[in-house]
Design a binder for this molecule. Structure first.
Ligand code: S3P
Length: 425
């Protein structure tokens, strides 16, 4: 499906973005493992997280939609052997975190997904899980899905993550809940800590010492309600949209402001963005608040490489902002973007070029010459964040977006929300 975005004069309003994707995945998985019933309030209901709900149902959890919420009856740590392949769709977080859980279960299960997911690297989770004692087979000796897992009999490990990845950290920690002895994970750089916060929320074993996280075998734990904050990765599209469109002011409410997710705010501020935010409450150990963005004269900068893991999903929309800034923007430390839902480094460079922007792409960096874009065609490469980021990039001049339906992987109401805020001539 194609979407024609008309030239947008101004963007104004207040919006509540859908629930956080990372927190929803973790809430669905942990509430399914808990003992008893709980409600997951305001979860993200989108392609990726509906895949998680479906997989957990196949594993024995009772998950019912109740209005905007999910009502979940958990199994008390012991899942049921699934009768069929668990289809993880497009969701990297699901296949990796679930591999950690299944490694701890005395049963057989197969995980697969769509064409994009079957190209993404799984060696990063199968290597530590095999070291813990799980039997895992997969294409290319376990480096690619489908993955066939026969779990159980795990021992704890001390694992130094070779990449800064919250998914891999979480996979090993989840497996650690079923292992004899302690499991320790050391991160090369801080990444999102939703799993750690969720473990604390559910009363699961957890100790954090600097960049080391430790857990151990869990006893059956009682179910607890969890309120999911708005997704800052979804908010990011409207923030940048307001910054680059004249005469704009957009406020996003109920957004998760976990400091391991706010790298984009720091970078945009350094670019000269008129951006304000405040934490107003806490929900299940996650800080929540509002963010306001107004039209700004942005300037290009050299981005601090240490911030990239704290904004890994926001690089496409940062590139959109850079295209409208004055001068050059250099973004380093982008190796991980090559293995997201698409090769995002290539997808960003290609779409900037489609919109008339000068860009240079290295193996793990981008250099973008700002100054504005011209009307053109956005090619999402089957990637939700590329579709939304470049729709935003083309907003002031108008743009045609191919494969617009991919937005529904993480943000089903994106096009309607955008139209609601936009004032067109
Ligand atoms: C996620 C972690 C990130 C991110 C993904 C969600 C998570 O991946 O890109 O969209 O929920 O843990 P990596 O940790 O592999 O970088």
């Amino acid at each position: 499906m194609e979407r024609l975005i008309p030239p947008t004069r101004s963007l104004r309003g207040i919006l509540r973005v859908p629930g956080d994707k990372s927190v929803t995945h973790r809430g669905l998985i942990l509430a399914s493992l808990a003992q008893g019933e709980s409600t997951l309030y305001y979860p993200l209901k989108a392609g990726d997280t509906l895949s998680t709900a479906q997989a957990m149902r196949q594993l024995g959890a009772d998950i019912r939609e109740e209005g905007a919420h999910f009502h979940i009856r958990g199994v008390g740590l012991r899942l049921q052997e699934p009768g069929d392949v668990l289809d993880c769709g497009n969701a990297g977080t699901l296949i990796r975190l679930l591999a950690g859980v299944l490694a701890g279960q005395e049963m057989f299960a197969v995980l697969s997904g769509d064409a994009s997911l079957r190209r993404r690297p799984m060696g990063r989770v199968t290597t530590p899980l095999r070291q813990m004692g799980a039997r895992i087979e997969g294409r290319d000796n376990g480096r690619l899905a489908p993955l066939a897992i026969r779990g159980g009999g795990l021992s704890g490990i001390h694992y130094e993550l070779p990449v800064a990845s919250a998914q891999v950290k979480s996979t090993v920690l989840l497996a650690g809940l079923f292992a004899d002895e302690d499991t320790e994970v050391v991160e090369p750089a801080p990444t999102r800590d939703h799993t750690e916060r969720a473990f604390r929320h559910y009363g699961l074993p957890l100790e954090v010492e600097g960049n080391l996280v430790r857990t151990r075998r869990a006893d059956p734990f009682p179910a607890r309600d969890l309120v999911v904050p708005g997704d800052i990765s979804s908010a990011a599209f409207f923030l940048v949209a307001a910054l680059i469109t004249p005469d704009s002011e957009v406020t996003l409410e109920g957004v998760g402001l976990n400091p391991t997710r706010t790298g984009l705010l720091t970078v945009l501020k350094e670019m000269g963005a008129d951006l304000e935010w405040a934490v107003t409450e806490g929900q299940a150990g996650e800080p929540v608040g509002w963010i306001r963005a107004r039209s700004s004269a942005l300037k290009g900068i050299s981005v601090d490489p240490r911030l990239i893991p704290l904004m890994v999903d926001e690089v496409p929309v940062l590139a959109a902002a850079a295209a409208w800034a004055e001068g050059q923007t250099y973004i380093p430390n982008l190796e991980e973007l090559r293995v997201k839902e698409s090769d995002r480094l290539t997808a960003i460079a290609q779409n900037l070029q489609n919109l008339g922007v000068r860009v240079e792409a290295g193996p793990d960096w981008l250099r973008i010459w700002g100054g504005g874009v011209s009307p053109g065609v956005v090619q999402p490469f089957h990637d939700h964040r590329i579709a939304m980021a470049f729709a935003v990039c083309g907003l002031p001049c108008g743009v045609r977006v191919l494969e617009a339906e991919w937005a529904s992987i993480s943000f089903p109401s994106f096009w309607e929300d955008l139209a609601q805020l936009a004032q067109t001539p």
